[in-house]
Design a protein. Structure first.
Length: 121
């Protein structure tokens, strides 16, 4: 009973729902690409392939299907990774990945996520 109530409460808050409720538009994807190029490609490369070394840390490959598998096809977890620099389990991501909250808006991150979904390995 408690589990059902907790789950219902989470759904009410929208925390379990995907960030992108509908298919992204071409404009959203284009804007996401521009934002990605400006803010993310230095570490994750223009292709999203990552593997850039920062000391002992290597930047993540952001292409499908690896990205979806890591974040359980949950846009909310991707949003948290970008905005709060937390992994799929809520633990801090490796430096130099920093939290983008306050530098990017939620709408901008949604556009970046829409663009990331177009990248494949």
């Amino acid at each position: 009973m408690i589990r059902q109530l907790s789950y219902a409460f989470i759904l009410t808050l929208g925390l379990a729902a995907p960030v992108l409720a509908q298919s992204p538009s071409a404009d959203q994807i284009a804007n996401g690409k521009t934002l990605f190029d400006d803010n993310c490609s230095a570490c994750h490369l223009a292709t999203g392939a990552g593997h850039v070394k920062f000391g002992t840390v290597v930047s993540a490959d952001l292409r499908a299907p690896r990205l979806e598998n890591t974040f359980h096809n949950d846009d909310t977890l991707l949003m948290r990774a970008i905005m709060q620099a937390e992994d799929q389990n809520g633990k801090p991501l490796s430096a130099p990945m920093s939290a983008w909250s306050g530098r990017l808006t939620t709408d901008q991150v949604e556009d970046i996520i829409a663009y990331l979904k177009t990248l494949t390995s």
